[in-house]
Ligand binder design. Structure first.
Ligand SMILES: Nc1nc2c(c(=O)[nH]1)N[C@H]1C(S)=C(S)[C@@H](COP(=O)(O)OP(=O)(O)OC[C@H]3O[C@@H](n4cnc5c(=O)[nH]c(N)nc54)[C@H](O)[C@@H]3O)O[C@H]1N2
Ligand SMILES: Nc1nc2c(c(=O)[nH]1)N[C@H]1C(S)=C(S)[C@@H](COP(=O)(O)OP(=O)(O)OC[C@H]3O[C@@H](n4cnc5c(=O)[nH]c(N)nc54)[C@H](O)[C@@H]3O)O[C@H]1N2
Ligand code: SF4
Ligand SMILES: [Mo]
Length: 741
């Protein structure tokens, strides 16, 4: 394949002629922008600052913002090609109503009244909670905040959650348990200041690429990577711990055991700022190096070495992502991470933090704005004082503010299966590809009386199931703020107009509020995201995630501001880290050391299903590929799904590289994907990316969820691998439903 075709140049209608642009280097003269619009990347939670180049009202290029404190001008391949997502041919352009199995274009007014009537009818017949709403970490905070109010106070349903439960809810629950509140305590700067960095189940080289740049700016650090695969991140490490799947809890308890045994505990910190040390000490007694070596598959020498490197560092940073969160023991594993950081005093200092790297561009914004697992501003459902404070700001009777959390995402799906939930509104998430155990999910969706899907693209695998499709503006077409993993609030700006009749989600929420008759009560005089931002500032004032000192203008000026930033604040650097004073958000101000126990993962391999399936990501694609499949360079680099298998297992199955294989579990089958034979995966395990609807990895994953956070156990399922039948290709059929007669 030529470089030109790899870059997608051959397939574009317009041919490129090259000219020299002083900023961007060689670019097409047809594509030299008239103007550059400053904004924040709409993919991952790193939160890179960038400019979108606009020519004749179209987004034609992107470049990194050299002054942005996060990325200093760098962008990863997805960011650099993000403008291609806007012009995609499969953008949703008008509201569509399904009549007799076919989508018919309708006007917005009809769409909104149809939706409001359907939801109110279902609620009248089956109770307020029989309408469910599933949202996302990919809205701006202003939209998410408005949606929360609309759903909880306007629709009055407590069946409200989002795709963040497939992602971050474990970190949230773990932080709440240990520190009394959510909120990642560290900053990206810590990657440059730590002398030891421990990455657990986080493949930043693929998934947070610009963080690798930050890490590389610290050549003196010792990097330890804990991952069952030899990922690109593991290849960067000084020490890679190729742990057995889901043995992290045993490893962490084992490290704590050694640190206690060797007298390496920071007793001063423990005595002044924590509770529960004696119980923790007792609980790790049985996690001897010998036993932990057996559980984790790691040599005892490696355990001693890791414990020594971590506990003797001046500043040690632990970051984790989905290798930890995607587990039925996720919350407890996060508690164990926090335990390790606390007993060594590695929190609240430069270079020292237990740091959950978030995933989506605004996963953090949804955590702050709450409404699902907590009330806005990290307030607690169970606190009468918190509910009264909110009722006061909102000017509603306190009884309107929910006093307990409603159903979490998997429980909403289960309620739909049992027909306790009859109508669903899905916003900016694509569960038909991303939710575990596809068979159960599709049964739930098919049983609904009314399904609304609000998406920037159509058809998507999920919008195919909809009764009503609402076309949304996407990144590049709307305004607001995102919060990145280090609590930095950055500005998102509109560069171009949305296609057809698509509207920003913010406007759609206000329109739905009008259709439900609650607009003036809940959103008096609101018309633009800034109206929501001003109210959110008041809601967050005095809370850990205090925005009250921020304005859109100061955020732009500073290249984002980390919270807390209370009214009157002038120095953004002053709040770079949380818990610098060792005072936590618990009743007694002390962090809690929480004893936790390791358990094997739920679905152990058997003779019939002998392999452990691990699912995850690759740098080129974003989740369910609604966006990146439209970007020629990314799609060409990674056009189809594959399975990675160790040579030993491949030999045993008489398979070779590039054979076409099926992956089979008790629940389903991924058909016809390319086999890659590689030592990066250990014997007994396989890895499959979950990006491809036509080879949907979630056909085989299971309905197993963390009891506290409700997050799915995506990273371990028992499967077998078979050579595909020659007819193959059936995997594509699922999401081409509407094309079938
Ligand atoms: N290119 C790209 N970047 C993205 C995304 C994307 O779709 N594409 N998505 C964004 C989102 S929302 C998220 S949440 C993040 C996710 O970012 P990551 O968490 O880095 O992504 P994953 O590939 O899901 O999983 C991370 C690693 O966990 C490892 N793992 C599996 N099982 C275990 C285990 O038992 N123990 C340990 N220690 N590790 C294990 C996997 O081998 C994998 O390398 O990425 C964000 N960035
Ligand atoms: N097997 C397996 N499954 C997984 C994971 C895994 O590691 N393994 N990871 C899980 C994780 S961490 C996550 S975060 C989820 C992600 O799963 P999803 O949330 O389903 O993934 P996306 O493809 O990002 O879906 C976003 C949807 O919103 C649309 N969209 C984009 N921008 C906008 C907008 O501004 N407005 C509106 N209305 N729509 C918009 C997109 O077209 C797309 O349909 O997947 C989870 N599923
Ligand atoms: S690292 Fe994340 S935020 Fe930065 S350009 Fe890449 S996808 Fe965008
Ligand atoms: Mo995620």
């Amino acid at each position: 394949m030529s470089i030109r075709s790899l870059l997608g140049l051959d397939t574009r209608a317009e041919r490129y002629t090259y000219g020299l642009d002083p900023v961007a280097g060689y670019v097409s003269t047809q594509k030299i922008p008239d103007r550059w619009v400053a904004t924040t990347c709409g993919y991952c939670s790193v939160g890179c600052g960038m400019f979108v180049g606009v020519k004749d009202g179209r987004a034609v290029s992107v470049r990194g913002n050299p002054d942005h404190p996060v990325n200093r001008g760098n962008l990863c391949p997805k960011g650099l090609s993000e403008h291609h997502t806007i012009d995609a041919s499969n953008r949703a352009r008008q509201p569509l109503l399904k009549r007799d199995g076919r989508f018919t274009p309708i006007g917005w007014d009809t769409a909104l009244t149809t939706m409001a009537e359907a939801f109110r009818r279902v609620q009248a017949e089956h109770g307020p909670d029989s309408v469910g709403v599933i949202s996302t970490g990919q809205l701006v905070t202003e939209e998410f905040y408005a949606l929360g109010k609309l759903v909880q106070l306007g629709l009055g349903t407590r069946s409200f959650d989002g795709n963040t439960t497939l992602c971050m809810s474990t970190a949230v629950a773990g932080y709440k348990g240990s520190f009394g509140s959510d909120g990642p305590p560290g900053a990206y700067e810590d990657l440059e200041r730590a002398d030891v960095i421990l990455l657990i189940g986080a493949n930043i080289a693929d998934n947070h690429p610009i963080l690798c740049r930050r890490l590389q700016a610290n050549p003196g650090t010792t990097l330890i990577v804990v991952d069952p695969r030899v990922t690109k991140t593991a290849m960067m490490a000084d020490l890679h711990l190729p742990i057995r799947p889901r043995a992290d809890l045993a490893l962490l308890n084992g490290l704590i055991h050694i640190i206690i045994e060797r007298g390496l505990v920071d007793h001063d910190y423990v005595d002044r700022h924590t509770t529960g040390f004696d119980a923790l000490k007792e609980s790790v007694r049985e996690y001897t190096p010998a036993r932990v070596a057996e559980t984790t598959g790691l040599d005892p020498g490696l355990l001693y070495e890791t414990a020594a490197i971590y506990s003797t560092a001046n500043a040690a940073f632990i970051a984790w992502t989905m290798g930890v969160n995607h587990s039925t023991k996720g919350t407890e594993t996060v508690n164990a991470i926090n335990n390790l950081a606390l007993i060594t005093g590695n929190i609240g200092r430069a270079g020292a933090a237990p740091f959950s790297i978030t995933g989506q561009c605004n996963a953090m914004g949804t955590r702050e704005a709450g409404f699902a697992s907590s009330l806005p501003g990290y307030r607690k459902f169970e606190s009468a004082e918190d509910r009264e404070a909110l009722a006061g700001i909102w000017n509603v009777p306190v009884e309107r503010v929910p006093a307990a959390r409603g159903l979490a995402y998997p429980d909403i799906i289960e309620a739909a299966l049992e027909r306790r939930i009859r109508a669903l509104w899905i916003i900016a998430t694509n569960p038909v590809v991303s939710f575990p155990n596809l068979g159960a999910l599709t049964q739930a969706l098919e049983g609904l009386d009314f399904l609304v899907v609000q998406d920037g693209f159509h058809p998507t695998p999920t919008s195919e199931f909809a009764d009503l499709v609402l076309p949304a503006a996407i990144w590049g077409e709307k305004e607001g703020t995102y919060t990145n993993s280090e609590r930095r609030v950055s500005k998102v700006n509109r560069a171009v107009e949305p296609p057809g009749e698509a509207r920003p989600d913010f406007n759609i929420f206000l329109d739905v509020a009008s259709a439900l008759g609650v607009k003036e009560e809940l959103f008096p005089g609101w018309s633009v995201p800034r109206d929501a931002f001003e109210e959110w500032k008041r809601v967050s004032a005095g809370r850990l995630c205090d925005y009250s000192g921020m304005t859109y203008e100061v955020i732009e000026e500073q290249g984002g501001i980390q919270w807390p930033y209370p009214a009157g604040a002038t120095d953004p650097a002053a709040t770079r880290r949380l818990y610098t004073d060792g005072v936590f958000q618990t009743a007694d101000g002390r962090a809690r050391l929480i004893p936790v126990t390791w358990e094997p993962f739920p679905e152990q391999p058997t003779g019939e299903f002998p392999l452990v399936l691990n699912t995850g990501r690759t740098v080129e694609h974003w989740h369910t590929r609604t966006k990146t499949a439209n970007v020629p360079i990314l799609e060409r680099l990674s056009p189809h799904a594959w399975a990675e298998m160790n040579p030993r297992d491949a030999r045993g199955l008489h398979l070779k590289a590039q054979d076409s294989v099926d992956i089979v579990s008790r629940r389903g089958r991924i058909r016809d994907i390319e086999l890659r034979v590689t030592e990066t995966v250990a014997p007994g395990q396989i890895f499959v990316p979950f990006h491809y609807a036509e080879a949907n990895a979630n056909q085989v994953t299971q309905s197993a969820f963390d009891p506290v956070s409700r997050e799915p156990n995506y990273k371990q399922s028992a499967v077998r691998v078979e050579r595909s039948c020659p007819s193959g290709g059936l995997g594509a059929s699922l999401w081409r439903r509407s094309e079938r007669p």
